[in-house]
Design a protein around this ligand. Structure first.
Ligand SMILES: Cc1cc2nc3c(=O)[nH]c(=O)nc-3n(C[C@H](O)[C@H](O)[C@H](O)COP(=O)(O)O)c2cc1C
Length: 187
């Protein structure tokens, strides 16, 4: 059984510290994250709220030689001299988060929100174990040749490409606007 909030606090798992401390990591150490670790983070991430428990997501993971396939997909869409063709060969682990697109707008929106919550859960679960992530969105993720090469079919949306690895450089935080500046309270 999971810990109660009081038990979790006793173990010193400070969720606020993890949320505030997480940074987008762009420079990684070379060694890849074991697949078992990624699966562990995902098994935490899938506890994201999702309406009717549709669990509208699936995942494609690229590591070691498998990164070649992702590089090929980018080249198929963008040509060989695009910088991402080589960038993805140097990132230790990359994951595409794919969502099923419901034709009904309201359900699409719910599923997109749920999948985004899953991505944040994943990044926090990883950060809590000193694993860094970078959520990347680029136009080629929408390209038909890129998608076809990877078997992503019409009716599926790529919500994000995540770079994953042990951080080499952790950037300084960029301060956030206090929420109270954007808060309207009706009382
Ligand atoms: C949906 C999404 C897409 C993003 N795409 C990019 C991107 O393509 N390039 C980039 O440099 N950062 C991207 N980011 C990361 C943000 O730039 C980053 O979260 C922001 O600068 C704050 O830094 P922090 O995550 O370290 O707090 C993306 C973030 C989100 C949520």
């Amino acid at each position: 059984m999971s810990d109660t909030p009081v038990q979790a606090a006793a173990k010193n798992l400070d969720i606020k510290e993890v949320i505030r401390g997480r940074r987008t990591i762009k420079k990684f150490q070379e060694q890849p994250i074991p697949v078992e670790k990624i699966t562990e983070f995902l098994d935490t991430a899938v506890w994201a709220p999702n309406h009717k428990l549709r669990e509208p997501w699936r995942f494609l993971l690229f590591r070691e030689e498998g990164r070649q396939k992702l590089s090929e997909a980018i080249a198929a869409e963008m040509g060989d001299d695009n910088k991402f063709v080589t960038t993805v060969l140097n990132v230790p682990t990359i994951m595409l988060v794919v969502m099923k697109e419901d034709p009904r707008q309201a359900i699409f929106d719910e599923d997109f929100a749920a999948t985004s919550a899953l991505v944040q859960n994943f990044m926090l679960a990883a950060w809590a174990e000193e694993v860094g992530t970078f959520w990347v969105t680029k136009p080629f993720l929408y390209g038909p040749k890129f998608r076809e090469t990877l078997g992503i079919v019409p009716g599926e949306k790529i919500v994000g490409m995540l770079y994953i690895g042990y951080p080499d450089v952790v950037p300084k935080p960029q301060e956030r606007t206090p929420a109270s500046d954007k808060l309207t309270v009706f009382k």
